[in-house]
Design a protein around this ligand. Sequence first.
Ligand code: C5P
Length: 224
Amino acid sequence: PADRPLSGRHVLVTSGPTHEPIDPVRYIANRSSGAQGAAIATALLRLGARVTFVTGPASAPPPEGAEIVAVETAAEMLAAVKAALPADAAIFAAAVADWRVTQASGRKIKKQAGALPGLSLAENPDILARVAGMAVGRPDLVVGFAAETDDVVAHATAKRARKGCDWIVANDVSPGTGIMGGTENAVTLITEEGAEDWPRMAKRAVAERLAKRVAEALAAGGRT
Ligand code: C5P
C-alpha cells in the first residue's frame, strides 16, 4: 500500500551509546541519548517495516512496536546485529565506543593511595564496516552516520568509502550549532551520487525524510 511502502521489509537499526566495563561498577561511555535512532525506527515502523532495534543503554525511550534487543558493549552489539540479520536495510545510528578495556576486572578495583590503575585499551570492531563488507547476505541498503565538526562533506565522503556503506548521514556537531543534545538537526546525505544538504529541521522530521528515502531506495532495489 502507498502509505506503508515498507510492509514486508525488515530493517535493522542500531542506536544509543555502548558501555565498556572497567570493573563491575565502572564503565567507559559517551553522551549519545539514542533520540535520533529511536526517531528513525519509529518513522520506519510507520511506513510498515518490521524493525529490529539494537540499542545500547540509551536515555531516550525505545520505539514502540519494534523488536528491542538491549545490549551493553560493542561486542554484544555486533553479536546482536549478526543475530538480527538478514535485513533489507540496516541503519547504524549507534555511537559505538571506539575502545574497550582489554581486561575488565571481575572485582571492583580498589583505590590505593599513590597508585593509579593503568587501563589498557583495545579497538572495538566496526559494526557498520563489518556489515557493509559482507560478501554474502549484505543488506541491500547500509546506512552509516558521521558527526563531524569541520569539512563535513569531505570527511563524510571519505568515511563512506572507508566503511563501504551506501549512504552516510552527516551532521555538523560544532559547538554553537545547538545540534548536539538539541531537538533539531541539519544533515547532509552522502550517496554514490554526491552530497545533498537538507535544511535544518526537527530530528523527527529528519527521521521521517530518511525513512521515506529508504523506502524509495528499497523499491528501486537498494543503494541509490
Ligand atoms: O568511525 P565513526 O565512529 O565516525 O563512524 C560512525 C558510524 O559508524 C556510525 O554509523 C556508527 O554507528 C558506526 N560505527 C559502528 N561500529 C563502531 C564504530 C562506528 O557501527 N565500532
